[in-house]
Design a protein around this ligand. Sequence first.
Ligand code: NAP
Ligand code: MG
Length: 494
Amino acid sequence: MKKTETSERSGQSLSFFNGWKYAPAPESKDHISLKKQYGLFINGEFVPPSSKKYFDTINPATEEKIAEIAEADEKDVDLAVNAASKAYNNVWKKTPPKERAKYIYRIARMIQERARELAVIETLDGGKPIRESRDIDVPLAANHFFYYAGWADKLNYAFPNRNPQPLGVAGQIIPWNFPLLMAAWKIAPALATGNTVVLKPAESTSLTALKLAEIIAESGLPDGVVNIVTGFGKTGAAIVNHPKVNKVAFTGSTDVGKLIQKAIAGTSKKLTLELGGKAANIVFDDAPIDQAVEGIINGIFFNQGHVCCAGSRLLVQEGVADIVIRKLKDRMETLIVGDPMDKNTDIGAINSKEQLLKIQEYIKIGVNDGADLYQSSCELPNKGFFCKPTLFLNTSQSHRVVQEEIFGPVLAVQTFRTVEEAIEKANNIPYGLSAGIWTDKGSKIFNLTTKMRAGVVWANTYNKFDPTSPFGGYKESGFGREGGLHGLLPYVSL
Ligand code: NAP
Ligand code: MG
């Protein structure tokens, strides 16, 4: 190891050690079992798609094919919805709440037992660092099942003096950024409240949902209570439009959310939408600076910025802007970008080629609009889809990189002078999913949390999740809440 020059890129005199190379620490793949081809999970068993069509799912870090996934069409969706409807009317609706809870607990425990396998498959299929799948996605998925198992026989306490009733069949459509976790967010509250499910994972990340189907089959959950169908957007649309689907829960892009809202207009289907975001981390001059820098890094580079609530904007008070930006650049230099299966990796692979192209397009847009680009000097692997951690400095509120969701490791930085200016800038975007506030003063935190139009506001921390607390958006970030007691409401009629 050698002590190196000053950080030339940040143009500052702060020196640091960048001669350290971590020895590779790859997680083993020996313990996982994957089939070459996956069918659709309908009525308790895996069946081939009626079209006999399959598509490949690849590892975005190596571009190698992992398995073939069935492409469900309207016929398959019809089978799945009918199975769910039959299971609802004949079995699940009549299953005593305490019994429902037992199944949900069992699924939670089985996720824990197979945590290592699930984490490895999540990372291989989606590109996120193994550290994150292992420490965040999988444990949180199990916790969601545990938490909602607890509610199954206590719904009358959740809604006192009401008579909460299930809705029937829930059609659930999820994105590729937290595949297993989003499946848990959707399935656990639906089962706890007595609904049955047809779930569709995103095209590029179906594998952990299919592994969850195996767990569900092994758990002994009655056939047809949970059905998992894979495919593209057309499969999702077939679920949304099926007349026997009583409730639609969607997490994904704002554009598709709008399509779904239009598609079900005029029907009695209940809807929750969890859509995009463009959250601001607001750093005041009395903030604990090092802690804030770590929070900003975690907020935008965690999971390659594939996070709807990513802190993709930084609003920093003028007096501390220079030091925050310098520390941010220095910290970015130390981030390890590369093999997601390596336990040292901080930033893994971008989920797909299309997403990488979209991020690269936004980086061009930022430069053309006149913002200053800064990227860390790390080398990217030759194969796979990777993006350097990126900052845009000197941005203004009208820049597209400030207004639009990029869904990648790209942070737009702005400064402010007063509290009012920070609130104005933070709220002046179409989204309202989350925000972060960094300050020493509790009073400032309380003042801001009441004025931020954001579903979640973190104070002196970022990206913290817990099954007991609700999550959801304002404005174009959607409506309805998932998690906590609030997460039961979309699945019951009162
Ligand atoms: P997406 O393109 O909207 O896709 C989401 C899901 O919807 C996928 O399973 C997709 O299938 C399916 N779909 C596509 N067209 C459909 C249609 N017309 N009808 C019904 N379903 C359809 O989003 P994504 O690119 O996967 O995910 C990224 C987005 O999700 C970002 O905007 C992010 O902010 C948002 N997100 C929000 C939250 C939240 O809680 N608010 C959480 C995570 C992500 P295929 O992809 O297989 O075609
Ligand atoms: Mg994949």
